[in-house]
Design a protein around this ligand. Structure first.
Ligand code: PLP
Ligand code: ZN
Length: 475
């Protein structure tokens, strides 16, 4: 499916284009073309800028001036405030619902859990986005592109947060109809309820997430529907701004570590691209190290990176290593399985871009168990910021890397909390209320045998004296 941009975008086309990630192909496409992969070789596409022809800030601190213009929708947005660093759309075409008003919080309670010196752990809480997850950062960019090219319908397959985000943008702007594809496997109620309430056309397929993903690609092609799945390169442009906001909150000092959960690997890829570009532009002098954390039940990146030594290899990664591994998964009928539904993905579509990010940021990859994820989640909550299970993988991963001595006691570490606690209340309530011997049954998850930080309700008779006694005993 190829649509040509309206003529008013043509001048932009010389400064911004899409380019194939395969350096032996490097085919380019107009910024106004709608495609999800390279037409010549099938590889992923990147959005590329000719910075020499674009107005780039001289110092990152120049971006602070945008705060003074918060009455303008373009600058109110925590994404478009950095428009100069993702200038693929003319400012007057940009769409925002106020995404990216997020928080970097110094989290001393959680830093003790992770094993860092007090003051050194920061949580970047992307659950504060309008639809409750970091996905809004990318969706406003993809949605802007969809609108630029005149789309009337947009579709995605999703484990939940992408569809919630798309449905929200469609509902707030009334510019497009959202069509979302879900499988019949795990999807959290918080996320599904959003898509339904925002009025998205919701198609539930009798199959799993991989089936939903395959169908949405075929159907959007057949019907000419704009696809906003993770393969959409414009989403990553929006997600770069999570890093810009982290730097901004640290007064433009680069931290030692960024720790992020890895599912389809869009976030990690976008972070790597952000630092690559900032370095190219001379806006930073050092790049942080990146840690990407898989769930043990969906550990493709960990296997490929740590066991099979798959690397960026100067732009020529041996992707057949991944193909062989996927064949093995098929033969053994292995499906991704983790309580962290947002990262329950075995074939990460942005794998190759993530390898680039790991290369740029001298990265490491780890996996953590559902037990570690849920315990970390409870500690994040006890520290005052709730998050959904997938998000807590970052904190569990930081703790593991600290134990292994990879992250030092004095290092300054930023963990990305990707989604809001209320996205998945089922997991939270189950953790705090379930009897030890019933965990596997209730959580439907292998290997979770205890709730180390459960905060249980205390049962009391309907009697003032008994209640007073109980409160005095427990407080
Ligand atoms: C989508 C999502 C992830 C995974 O991010 P990727 O960019 O696909 O790696 C992690 N956490 C939450 C809450 C998500 O919604
Ligand atoms: Zn190509």
């Amino acid at each position: 499916m190829t649509t040509t941009a309206p003529s008013r975008q043509v001048s932009l086309a010389e400064k911004v284009y899409q380019r194939c990630l395969n350096i032996d192909c490097a085919a380019t496409y107009d910024v106004g073309e709608v495609r999800t992969k390279c037409g010549a070789c099938g590889d992923l596409l990147d959005v590329v800028y000719d910075w020499s022809r674009l107005p780039v800030p001289k110092r990152l601190s120049d971006m602070e001036a945008m705060w003074a213009r918060r009455h303008e929708p373009l600058r109110f947005s925590g994404v478009w405030r950095f428009h100069e660093l993702l200038p693929f759309a003319p400012p007057e075409r940009v769409i925002t619902v106020g995404e990216g008003q997020t928080l970097l919080q110094q989290a001393d309670f959680v830093s003790r859990y992770v094993g860092l010196r007090p003051g050194q752990l920061y949580l970047q809480y992307e659950g504060m986005n309008p639809s409750g997850s970091f996905k809004d950062n990318g969706m406003c960019a993809a949605f802007t592109h969809a609108h630029m090219v005149g789309a009337k319908r947009a579709a995605c397959a999703s484990t939940g947060n992408t569809s919630a985000s798309l449905a929200m943008y469609c509902a707030v702007t009334q510019l497009m109809r959202a069509i979302i594809f879900i499988g019949s496997g795990k999807i959290s109620y918080g996320k599904l309820s959003q898509a339904l309430e925002y009025g998205a056309l919701t198609v539930q397929i009798a199959g799993d997430f991989d089936d939903a993903m395959a169908r949405v690609q075929e159907i959007s092609k057949a019907l000419g529907i704009y696809l906003v799945n993770s393969v959409n390169p414009f989403r990553l442009e929006g997600q770069k701004t999570v890093m810009f906001r982290v730097l901004e909150a640290l007064r433009w000092e680069v931290p030692d570590w960024i720790v992020v959960p890895g599912g389809n690997l869009g976030n990690s890829s976008a972070f790597g691209k952000a630092f690559l570009e900032l370095k190219e532009l001379g806006l930073i002098s050092k790049v942080p190290r990146l840690a990407v954390i898989n769930a043990a039940g969906a550990d493709t990146l960990d296997v490929l990176y740590n066991q099979r030594n798959l690397r960026w290899n100067r732009g020529r990664p041996r992707m057949e290593t991944a193909c062989w591994y996927y064949d093995e998964l098929d033969r053994s009928k292995t499906k991704a399985d983790t309580i962290a539904s947002a990262i329950e993905i075995n074939r990460p579509v942005n794998l190759k871009k993530c390898l680039r990010a790991l290369d740029v940021c001298d990265g490491v990859v780890r996996k953590v168990s559902d037990q570690e994820i849920l315990d970390a989640k409870a500690q994040v909550g006890a520290g005052g910021i709730g998050c959904e299970p997938a998000s807590a993988a970052s904190v569990a991963g930081a703790k593991l890397l600290r134990q292994q001595g990879v992250i030092g006691y004095e290092d300054r570490v930023v963990c990305i909390l990707t989604g809001h606690q209320l996205k998945d209340p089922t997991a939270t309530v189950a953790y705090h209320t379930t009897d030890q011997d019933k965990f596997e049954e209730v959580l439907g998850s292998r290997g979770v045998t205890r709730a180390s930080y459960a905060n249980r309700a205390i049962a009391v008779p309907n009697d003032v004296e008994a209640i007073i006694k109980a409160i005095q005993l427990y407080s």
